[in-house]
Design a protein around this ligand. Structure first.
Ligand SMILES: O=C(O)CCC(=O)C(=O)O
Ligand SMILES: [Fe+2]
Length: 245
């Protein structure tokens, strides 16, 4: 994989991780064979594979057996040469046009490495750290690894909107998109990055515990650390974050 020459540092990229024909077969499976949960119309929906995280023990939930990776997923698992072993958790998400995901970091303590494969229509992803912003166009069939700053010190999210404005000023209509997020559990379950704003280990050590974070299990937001409302950005997107458990 190659690092993108942008801020945030640490975004590794591989174009055409699979062929367009393979992608078309997958989309057919996603549309016709999978049973998806019902959620708010127009919202993002998710299916989970592998281990389920237990928010009480900060480990794998021993009561929920490993959900084996289905046949269609096997060839999409990053080769073991990438991280030394297959991911412990895989999440398939469907974004109808207009759907997004609130700005977040994937929880530091639980998860170590993080990859995402994009399928279907492209979409713009926003990275943000304080007043710094950066956008990455998630092209279909591209595999992205978030490491370093992009993984730990910048949030990422996708705005809820029907169009994206590209860097050349043109406006692109959103269409159906799927993504597959791959997560590897962090050995020991403690992150040493020390980022008091974004790291749950640092927050716990500082005595900051957000009640809602661990007490509710939200299947659509497994492993995401919701962020408090940012008063500088009162847009609907950040309010949506606050509203999520
Ligand atoms: O849809 C994507 O590409 C990213 C999703 C994401 O950020 C996540 O599942 O944590
Ligand atoms: Fe994420």
């Amino acid at each position: 994989m190659e690092e993108l020459p942008i801020e945030p540092q640490g975004i590794l990229w591989q174009t055409d991780f699979i062929t367009a024909e393979h992608e078309a077969r997958l989309v057919q499976i996603f549309r016709t064979k999978l049973v998806w949960p019902d959620v708010r119309p127009g919202g993002r929906i998710s299916l989970h594979y592998g281990y389920t995280f237990d928010y009480k023990t900060f480990g794998v939930d021993p009561d929920i057996p490993f959900k084996p990776f289905p046949d269609w997923l096997q060839p999409l698992i990053p080769p073991t040469t990438y991280e030394g072993r297959p991911p412990e958790q895989v999440c398939l998400q469907y974004y109808p046009p207009g759907a997004g995901i609130p700005p977040h970091v994937d929880t530091h303590s639980i998860y170590d490495q993080l990859y995402s494969l994009s399928l279907g229509a492209p979409v713009m992803m926003q990275f943000r750290r304080g007043d710094d912003r950066s956008e990455v166009d998630l092209a279909p069939r591209s595999l992205m690894k978030m490491s370093g700053d992009s993984r730990l010190h910048w949030t990422h999210g996708i705005k809820k909107r029907k169009t994206d404005t590209l860097s050349d000023g043109s406006v692109r209509l959103r269409e159906d998109r799927w993504s597959i997020t791959y997560r590897w559990l962090r050995a020991g379950g403690e992150c040493e990055c020390g980022d008091a704003k974004l790291c749950d280990t640092a927050q716990r050590r500082n005595g900051v515990e957000r009640e809602y974070r661990w007490k509710t299990y939200d299947a659509d937001n497994v492993g995401l650390l919701p962020l408090p409302v940012d008063t500088k950005d009162s847009g609907a997107e950040s309010q949506a974050v606050a509203a999520e458990p």
